[in-house]
Design a protein around this ligand. Sequence first.
Ligand code: ADP
Length: 169
Amino acid sequence: AVLLSGAAYMMQDQKVYADEMERTFIAIKPDGVQRGLISEIVSRFERKGYKLVAIKLVVPSKDFAQKHYHDLKERPFFNGLCDFLSSGPVLAMVWEGEGVIKYGRKLIGATDPQKSEPGTIRGDLAVVVGRNIIHGSDGPETAKDEIALWFKPSELVSFTSNAEKWIYG
Ligand code: ADP
């Protein structure tokens, strides 16, 4: 009976922490990778208390970049942006945690690094809008679509981290 209740508790943990937690798509763009900023950026999400559930280094094709940025296809910078995203390795990630979509955007900072607050990733580490080093989903729908575009379901890892009880209480 003790074992059974232990298992049930674990199942509840898995449900609360693994299945129902919010997820967002975060990518370090080719400029961030080339500048050696991977560990700096990953550590900001990790230290905050978010959980990394998928990660891979990919060089997207231009066609793939156009899919990723399809919402911006009418913008004058669209072509250059897609050329840039497909110009080298991108570190694609999925991060999980309570409120991670919205707060992840706060950690990243405003689109234009000249308007990003100091303390944010773009504020601290980038200078111009065309080389702002990182992408983060801007809402729940985009997060869902972008995770599905960049990752197969089997590449997403559901697990309970021992730190969760200290992060969420
Ligand atoms: P965010 O990345 O903050 O969600 P947007 O979705 O508006 O911002 O734009 C996507 C990306 O397009 C930006 O991160 C930036 O790399 C690029 N971009 C946005 N505005 C410009 C611009 N005026 N000139 C060049 N590139 C831009």
